[in-house]
Write a new protein. Structure first.
Length: 490
């Protein structure tokens, strides 16, 4: 009996173990199925997909599209339209209401012709003004709003000129200029609107730009220079033509002589002041070369090669000659004949100073071609010195015009100052995007620069005084902003 009990207990244990193994086997089968599905999904993700044909090759492709009724079209979600704000939203922003009446008439004698909402700058504060324009019945002449371009403009002239000043005079981008105006006034000018306003100002000042060009062409003394510019991806130049009273810019043009001839003609009757660029060689009746350029070349040689004492001595002699010429120029006691004599005296001193003029420069290529010893090749600094001597001696007539005529400056620093802003703008990448934009820039900056010559303190208030008065009388800005007294410039 004891043996049978032991056997029964053993059988019960084996049945229990068998049941546990069946359960474990079921779990393993489930895991195997899950892994199989995962591997299949991964394999499907890596296989090539059946191409989807987007083109319609059915016979129905040539059938006309089904017309959508107006009711169905109206049910579609309407996109918010860009552009001007609805007129219904403007009265809520108004700070002031002003009535514009014909001169000499009362409001009771007129009828309301139209309304206009304009941002104005009044007492240095932005004010949204609701203008109500009244006229008599069947009136031909409608009174205009002082300081507003036309019946569609939503900004006063002061905002347009402030925008142009920030972009063209201060060198800001259009985005930054709009943000600056918003910071100071709280008025938002969208970029597209700002672009349009600048073109409108350029069109308004087109006549002023042409008048500046006419005065430049007949000037007695003219300062000219040019610097690199870009129109889109095209490499161009910006030219500046300046007198004591006017400045004329031509942006996004070539560097050839034709650009200059388009402004001042093939022959200029006055005295031109410039660097030694070849395009200026034969266009002036009298030509004063910029002494600053010669002195800079001598300084560069002296500083690059300090061990060569001859370079330093040459620079010092050249500087002494220039300083002596300036003293002669400032001597009001000299007669015309005496000034011509002093000029010849200084020219002779230049010839004595430039004792290496005419010396042969032997390049490496020349030496190889003529089987010369390499020790005879002229070094780079020596070749530079010889070229500078040749340049001075060959241009003797153009070195001391400022001694003969004290109204002429001995350097072209005026033009370089006029171009410094443009060079900084070019380095910042804020150049013109199109020929139309280059012309706009030329027009606006020429007017600003000329006003800066004539107005003692170039502020928005002073510019607006000139603009309002000129518009009131229907005359040029520069008949209000008179030329300054011509001063002797160094």
């Amino acid at each position: 009996m004891e043996t049978s009990g032991i056997l029964l207990a053993r059988i019960a244990d084996l049945e229990k173990q068998l049941e546990e193994q069946f359960q474990e086997n079921g779990q393993l089968k489930k895991q195997v199925a899950e892994l199989t599905d995962a591997l299949k999904a991964y394999a499907d993700s890596k296989t090539s997909k059946t191409p989807k044909i987007t083109l319609n090759y059915s016979s129905e492709r040539n059938e006309p599209p089904e017309k959508i009724s107006k009711k169905q079209d109206q049910k579609k979600t309407k996109r918010k339209k860009a552009g001007r704000k609805p007129k219904s939203t403007k009265p809520g922003q108004v700070n002031r209401i002003e009535d514009i009446l014909p001169e000499g008439l009362k409001k009771s004698d007129c009828i309301l012709h139209r309304e206009q909402f304009v941002w104005r700058l009044i007492d240095h504060k932005a004010v949204y003004v609701h203008y109500r324009i009244y006229t008599t019945a069947n009136a031909a002449d409608i009174p205009s709003i002082p300081g507003v371009r036309n019946a569609w403009c939503g900004y006063g002239l002061e905002f347009i000129i402030m925008l142009a000043h920030h972009i063209y005079w201060m060198g800001l981008s259009m985005d930054k200029a709009c943000k600056m105006i918003h910071f100071h006034t709280g008025v938002d000018i969208p970029k597209s609107q700002a672009d349009s306003l600048l073109y409108q100002l350029s069109n308004d000042w087109k006549g002023e730009y042409e008048e500046i060009a006419k005065r430049i062409a007949i000037a007695s003394i003219l300062y000219i220079d040019e610097t690199g510019w870009k129109v889109g991806k095209k490499h161009c130049y910006t030219w500046v033509f300046g007198t004591f009273a006017d400045v004329y810019y031509s942006c996004g043009v070539g560097r050839g002589k034709a650009v200059m001839e388009n402004v001042i003609g093939t022959t200029f009757a006055g005295t031109g002041v410039s660097d030694n660029y070849g395009a200026y060689a034969s266009i002036f009746t009298k030509h004063q070369l910029c002494w600053a350029h010669f002195l800079r070349k001598a300084i560069e040689l002296m500083l690059r090669y300090p061990t060569n004492k001859s370079y330093r001595q040459f620079y010092l002699r050249l500087l002494l000659i220039y300083r002596q010429a300036k003293r002669y120029r400032e001597d009001d006691g000299l007669t015309v004949a005496a000034r011509e004599a002093k000029s010849l005296e200084l020219q002779a001193e230049i010839v004595r100073c430039c004792d290496r003029a005419g010396e042969e420069i032997i390049t490496e290529k020349h030496a190889e071609k003529n089987d010369l010893d390499k020790s005879l090749i002229t070094s780079v600094p020596e070749a530079t010195m010889i070229r500078l001597h040749n340049e001075l001696v060959s241009k003797l007539d153009c070195l001391f015009v400022f001694v003969e005529n004290p109204a002429v400056a001995g350097t072209n620093n005026q033009s370089e100052r006029d171009l410094r802003r443009e060079a900084q703008v070019r380095k910042a990448g804020n150049t013109s995007k199109s020929d139309k934009g280059a012309l706009r820039r030329s027009t606006i900056i020429s007017v600003f620069a000329t006003l800066a010559r004539r107005i003692k303190d170039i502020t928005l208030t002073n510019i607006m005084d000139v603009v309002f008065e000129a518009k009131q009388w229907g005359i040029s800005l520069f008949k209000i902003a008179k030329p300054p007294e011509q001063k002797r410039d160094g």
